[in-house]
Design a protein around this ligand. Structure first.
Ligand code: TRP
Length: 341
C-alpha cells in the first residue's frame, strides 16, 4: 500500500503554567480534532527555551511546568501515538538554526514586531529599560522551531500572527540566498474561537489575573471559582429582570451547558425567574461534568509519572530525527557540509 504523505502541523506552548479552559477552547480542542482527522502529522513543542527568555531567573518554574503541560495535553485527548510531543531544549538543531537565521533579521525588524513590542512594554519588571538579546530575538528562535520540522501549518491565536509572518520572511530570505525550496514556508491557521473571557469579565483569562478555571482544577476549586463569577450588577433581588448579556455565568453556560437548558436559563433570567446562586450551582455542576474525563485521565498520569517521561523522551527522539534531516539540507545549502560525502 502506498503511504500517503501527511501535511505537517507544528505548534507549541511555553511551559509557564498549567493550561486553562481558555487554552482549551482557544486551541487545544482544535488540536485534538486535527489529530483525529488523520490528515495531518502533528508536532507539538514544549517551548522551554522560549519560556526562559522571560523567565531566565526562574528555571524551576519552567522545569515544573513542562510535565504539567504534557499532562494537560494527554488529559484532553492528545494521543502520543498520533501526535509527537517534544521538548525544545533537547533539540540542539533548533538553537543551531537560530544562529544561522539571526544573520537574516535586522534589529529594527525585530523591534517593529507588534507582539514583541507589546510584550516588552508589559515586562518592564524583568527587562527594565533595555530588553535582552534573547527576548528580542525569540521570533528568530520560533522561526527555527517551525522550520526545523518543516511545519506547513501553524494553528495559533491572533497574537502569534506577527511571529509567523516574521518566520515566513526569514524562510524567503534564506531560500533566496541559499537555494529555493530548501526551507518550507509555513502558513498560519487562525483558530476560529475568539478568546475566552475570564470569570471576572476581563477579556483575557490568565493566571496572574486569578480569573481562570484550570483543566486540572478539583471539583471544589471549580465550584468556588464559579460562585465568585461576575453577574449582572444591576440585578440585586432574585425577581429583578436579568441581563444575561453582561453576566459571566450566562457566558459560561453557553460553553458548558446543553443548548436547550441554556435557552431556558436565558429566558428565566430575563424574566426574573431564576436566582444567580442557583444559576451558578448549575454551571459549576456542568463544568465539573464536562471536565470530569480530563480530570480522570490526568489522575492516571499523575500516578504514572514514568509514562509521562517516556512519552516526552520518545516524542523528542522522533522529532530529533526530523530536525537532523533538516539540518543536513540547511548545512549543505549554506556550504557548511565540510566532511559529508
Ligand atoms: N510563542 C508561542 C506562545 O507564546 C509558543 C510557541 C513556541 C510556538 N514555539 C512555537 C507556537 C512554534 C507555534 C509554533 O504561545
Amino acid at each position: 500500500m502506498e503511504e500517503k504523505k501527511l501535511k505537517r502541523i507544528l505548534t507549541g506552548d511555553r511551559p509557564t503554567g498549567k493550561l486553562h479552559i481558555g487554552h482549551y477552547f482557544g486551541s487545544l480542542k482544535n488540536r485534538v480534532e486535527l489529530q483525529n482527522t488523520g490528515e495531518y502529522e502533528q508536532f507539538i513543542e514544549i517551548a522551554d527555551v522560549q519560556a526562559l527568555t522571560d523567565n531566565f531567573n526562574n528555571p524551576e518554574k519552567v522545569r515544573t511546568n513542562v510535565r504539567e503541560v504534557v499532562k494537560d495535553y494527554l488529559s484532553i485527548g492528545i494521543d502520543p501515538n498520533k501526535t509527537t510531543i517534544f521538548l525544545q531544549s533537547m533539540i540542539p538543531e533548533i538553537a543551531e538554526l537560530t544562529v544561522f537565521y539571526s544573520n537574516l533579521v535586522t534589529i529594527a525588524r525585530l523591534e517593529r514586531n507588534p507582539t514583541v513590542k507589546t510584550e516588552i512594554a508589559q515586562k518592564r519588571e524583568i527587562f527594565g529599560d533595555s530588553v535582552t538579546y534573547g527576548f528580542l530575538g525569540y521570533p528568530v528562535s520560533q522561526a527555527a522551531d517551525i522550520t526545523c520540522f518543516e511545519g506547513e501549518f501553524v494553528p495559533v491565536g491572533e497574537d502569534q500572527e506577527p511571529l509567523i509572518e516574521q518566520c515566513r520572511e526569514i524562510v524567503r530570505k534564506f531560500n533566496s540566498i541559499y537555494g529555493e525550496g530548501v526551507l518550507v514556508e509555513p502558513k498560519i491557521v487562525l483558530s476560529k474561537t475568539a478568546r475566552i473571557k475570564g470569570l471576572d469579565g476581563n477579556a483575557k483569562m490568565g493566571k496572574s489575573l486569578g480569573n481562570a478555571i484550570y483543566l486540572s482544577d478539583s471539583e471544589e476549586e471549580i465550584t468556588k471559582k464559579v460562585m465568585s463569577a461576575v453577574t449582572d450588577p444591576a440585578r440585586i433581588k432574585k425577581d429583578d429582570l436579568g441581563n444575561p448579556d453582561v453576566c459571566m455565568v450566562a457566558y459560561y453556560h453557553n460553553l458548558f451547558t446543553p443548548k436547550e437548558q441554556y435557552e431556558t436559563i436565558l429566558r428565566e433570567c430575563r424574566e426574573g425567574k431564576r436566582g444567580c446562586v442557583q444559576c451558578k450551582r448549575e454551571l459549576a455542576a456542568n463544568i465539573i461534568e464536562y471536565l470530569r474525563p480530563m480530570r480522570e485521565k490526568r489522575a492516571y498520569y499523575d500516578a504514572h509519572p514514568e509514562e509521562v517521561d517516556k512519552i516526552i523522551k520518545e516524542g523528542t527522539e522522533r522529532a530529533r530525527k526530523v530536525a537532523k534531516e533538516t539540518m543536513k539540507k540547511v548545512k549543505k545549502a549554506m556550504r557548511l557540509d565540510y566532511f559529508e560525502d
